[in-house]
Design a protein around this ligand. Structure first.
Ligand code: ATP
Ligand code: MN
Length: 448
């Protein structure tokens, strides 16, 4: 067998190390050697010339093998490469105006760490998307696509920005139990779990714990999973989502709306600054948001819907479908809907007062017809809380662990829970929440 006919072998990394990321390969390195590592993301065979794109975490680099300039063995090895293989290439950097980033690498050595055994159902370089289920079944491979890498880099910035913003505003980050004894939100169902010899549940939200923590720390936030057994298949519900939960002492919902809108602006601005490449790749232009965000009361929205001949009664929840029917509704703007009917908000939400028990000090932050966040002033007196719990048919005894702290000076407080994935849907203009989630969980999906 001739050396050049040998099939490509997989090798270990050994002592070989990357010298440059794709983003560091530029014409300053002309005629220097470099070792790049990553994945084969496209191959074009021109007979006597092979164009191979290697993609790493920062981008792409073009490798050009010419039959005349390579050993026969190397040329033959490169010919055998398949998209998705994980490789290292040692080669010489050449300035090349025609190459995508003004440079290309002429290979001297190829090392294949792991071959692509199959042809993947999607191409790394392709922007067009195939069926989401096919992609989710191979999610880690799907995530190699620039489209998704861009989204998740933006997600990373959003998380960092939220943490930075809240920390600067005097909030401390906490973590509260995810295995709990009782429901907090009503509505969405709980996931029961075995807890030793008892039944327990996965937490729907950190609500009661974050409220309790205002007693000691005043301002707290938590970024963590919430679990909801959502029965319906929608493009905006996950069974496991990430919530940015905030709670502040000695304020009401108006202060919290001001905090939330500032946090949104800070986050969007951080993304504009940090993720220029990603935004360009996704063809997104983020809006210049202005303070304050518009506020419409629930009653006002209901009247507007009546004007639009929509069938809705005061007290009904506002579905995205019905909100879409609002005239002049901008689909790409943040706004608040405030002062909701007490009956459709959770038991811990404070009403507008003795005279107006029907309405409560609550808000939803919306983006078009998508709910991004819900918040409110909370009840801080035990009697009021007991009254509301009984009215909503809750088993008061089951909440004893919570109610007992109300004998010891719970401060007036307010807060919100914001769905990170919902915010990302708004920012990246993705219609399906699964796209902005690494490993989505829904009624049909528990793997990968
Ligand atoms: P929706 O009416 O959209 O089902 P909700 O009013 O039941 O949401 P809240 O209890 O107000 O949800 O939770 C606070 C925030 O958490 C929501 O505004 C949303 O951004 C996010 N969220 C709630 N449930 C889910 C879910 N199943 N999947 C993704 N995000 C969610
Ligand atoms: Mn809500």
């Amino acid at each position: 067998m001739k050396l050049s006919d040998r099939v490509l072998q997989e090798e270990d990394i050994g002592k070989m190390r990357r010298t440059h990321y794709s983003s560091e390969i530029n014409s300053d390195l002309h005629d220097n050697e470099a070792i790049i590592m990553g994945w084969v993301s496209s191959i074009r065979d021109h007979g006597n010339m092979q164009f191979v794109t290697i993609t790493d975490r920062y981008g792409d680099i073009q490798v050009v093998a010419k039959r005349k300039e390579c050993t026969e063995e190397l040329f033959n090895q490169i010919q055998q490469l398949k998209e998705h293989a994980s490789v290292a290439i040692r080669g010489k950097v050449k300035s090349q105006v025609k190459a995508p980033n003004g440079t290309e690498v002429i290979p001297l050595e190829l090392r294949v760490f792991s071959m692509a055994k199959k042809t993947a159902p999607f191409m790394i370089q392709s922007k067009t998307s195939i069926g989401i289920d096919t992609r989710l079944n191979l999610r880690a491979v799907d995530l190699r696509r620039n489209f998704l890498k861009s989204i998740f880099r933006i997600r990373n910035t959003a998380l960092k920005a939220a943490r930075e913003f809240l920390s600067e505003h005097g909030f401390i980050e906490v973590n509260t139990p995810k295995m709990i004894a009782t429901a907090t939100e009503g509505g969405a169902a709980l996931f029961p779990i075995f807890y030793y010899d008892r039944e327990a549940f996965l937490a729907q939200s950190p609500q009661l714990y974050k409220e309790q923590l205002t007693m000691a720390f005043e301002n707290v936030f938590e970024i963590g999973p919430i679990f909801r057994a959502e029965p319906s298949r929608t493009n905006r519900h996950l069974s496991e989502a990430i919530s940015i939960d905030v709670e502040q002492a000695f304020v009401d919902y108006n202060d919290i709306m001001r905090l939330l809108e500032k946090m949104i602006i800070f986050t969007v601005d951080s993304i504009k600054e940090t993720n220029k490449n990603e935004l360009e790749y996704l063809n997104l232009q983020l809006p210049n948001l202005e303070l304050p965000f518009p506020k419409y009361s629930y009653s006002n929205i209901v009247s507007k819907l009546h004007e639009a001949q929509e069938h809705i009664r005061w007290g009904d929840d506002l579905s995205p479908q019905i909100i879409k029917n609002l005239q002049n509704n901008r689909t790409d703007a943040f706004y608040f809907i405030t002062d909701w009917p007490t009956s459709i908000k959770p038991f811990y939400v404070k009403t507008k007062g003795e005279k107006d028990e029907m309405m409560c000090e609550s808000f939803d932050l919306m983006y078009g017809s998508l709910e991004i966040s819900s918040g409110s002033t909370r009840i801080n007196r035990k009697n009021d809380l007991l009254k509301r719990m009984k009215k909503q048919g809750l088993n008061v005894d089951a909440f004893d662990y919570h109610l007992r702290v109300f004998d010891y000076g719970v401060p007036p407080h307010a807060g919100f829970g914001l769905g990170l994935e919902r915010l990302l849907m708004a920012i990246t203009k993705c219609d399906n929440i699964r796209d902005v989630t690494l490993y989505p969980r829904d009624i049909d999906r528990l793997t990968p």
